[in-house]
Design a protein around this ligand. Structure first.
Ligand SMILES: *Cc1c(COP(=O)(O)O)cnc(C)c1O
Length: 389
């Protein structure tokens, strides 16, 4: 059976060229990069090369790039690191209602420690209004954290504008760029960010490695205590194969990003149009224009997202849903709730996230299979039958 992977926002396949670049660091160049002998120094050289590539890619300098275990650690480290270091200045943090759990749960944790957090709303497209961020600032605000692009609905936030507000007030600004790093051009200077998170496995690199950009002079406490790796900002022996793989993934992104943006945008728009044309009552979630080139998120009323997902899976198509009947909470996605979707629309949501390996035939196949599945499920839905009468 044909197998079509349209869940690249959850994770991407590791590029074969990345795997090849990682292999020597398991069995040949296995030294500890903190060791002074040749085994260690060769490994250290590989790390510094990856650091140079990652820094260049976002307009940063090498000393500003710290390797971590992934997006979750980068987000935790940025937010807790600033919160603890600047507690003397204030205890207020501003973030949005549609952040990834790695940001939201970190903020919830800090609230239990006595910090105050404002969760600014978003509009129907998922956009944060910079004016809302400005209004939320108090004399005690020490950090603003707003994601670059949302992982569920693909909306790209006005980061540069929010950053300039933060800069003006002398407040640190962090952005979770896990969905954009390697997919859209990023310049930390233009975006006015002090801290930026990225993750290897979202850009065709390996899982378990990420980056935290920390602008020079930013005061924060380390998240991991131990050795003095990463200039004391992140203890633990380096994940050398992972970091080498991250560097290679960024190098490939640099070469292929512009072409991929064009190609994915075409395929994305074809899939959106096809779904809206072929499926009655279907609607697009997220912003029609300010959205990730690979993100399609739709609500299909009168069907359950899980049923759609499992039926698509039986046809070899992998995607995801903001419905949550299989998770412990039963609450649909906080992102879909924040853009004002009813429970019903949220439960009927599907996210297709396209990637480097997605072809036009894949999109055609989805458009061939999905309407039939929707028809079949709706025929069993009492709600739909009532509506049809
Ligand atoms: C995947 C993701 C994360 C978490 O990254 P990990 O490397 O899996 O820990 C954080 N933020 C966003 C927006 C993501 O999509």
């Amino acid at each position: 059976m044909k197998k079509i992977y349209l869940d690249n926002a959850a994770t991407t396949p590791t590029d074969a060229r990345v795997i090849e670049a990682m292999l020597p660091f398991f069995s040949q160049v296995y030294g500890n990069p903190s060791s002074l002998h040749a085994f260690g120094q060769e490994a250290k050289h590989a790390i510094e090369e990856a650091r140079y590539i990652a820094a260049q890619f976002i307009g940063a300098s090498q000393e500003e790039v710290v390797f971590t275990s992934g997006g979750t650690e980068s987000n935790n480290s940025a937010i807790k690191g600033v919160a603890y270091a600047r507690h003397d200045k204030g205890n207020h943090i501003i973030t949005s209602r549609i952040e990834h759990h790695a940001v939201l749960e970190t903020c919830h944790f800090l609230q239990k420690q006595g910090f105050h957090v404002t969760y600014v709303p978003v509009d129907e497209f998922g956009l944060v209004d910079p004016a809302d961020v400005k209004k939320a600032i108090t004399g005690k605000t020490i950090l603003i954290s707003i994601m670059h692009a949302n992982n569920e609905i693909g909306t790209i936030e006005p980061i540069a504008e929010i950053g300039s507000i933060a800069r003006e007030k002398g407040i640190y600004f962090h952005t979770d760029a896990v969905q954009t790093f390697g997919h859209l051009p990023i310049d930390v200077g233009e975006l006015n960010v002090d801290l930026l998170s990225a993750s290897g496995h979202k850009l065709y690199g390996p899982k378990g490695v990420g980056v935290l950009y920390i602008r020079k002079g930013t005061r924060m406490l380390p998240f991991m205590h131990g050795g003095d790796q990463e200039q004391g900002r992140r203890a633990s022996t380096h994940n050398v194969p992972g970091i080498a793989g991250f560097g290679k993934a960024v190098e490939l992104a640099k070469q292929e990003m512009a072409r991929e943006i064009d190609q994915l945008t075409l395929l994305r728009d074809k899939l959106i149009k096809g779904i809206l044309d072929k499926i009655e009552y279907a609607r697009l979630n997220g912003h029609p224009k300010d959205r990730l080139p690979n993100n399609v998120n739709v609500s299909i009323p009168y069907v359950e997202g899980e049923s759609l997902l499992l039926n698509l899976d039986m046809e070899g198509i992998a995607c995801s849903t903001g419905s949550a009947c299989t998770s412990s909470s039963l609450e649909p996605s906080h992102v879909l709730a924040a853009i004002g979707l009813s429970h019903e629309l949220a439960h009927g949501s599907l996210r297709f996230s396209l990637g480097r390996l997605t072809s036009e035939e894949d999109i055609d196949y989805v458009l061939k299979v999905l309407p039939g599945i929707v028809r079949k499920l709706r025929a069993m839905s009492p709600l739909y039958r009532k509506k049809a009468k």
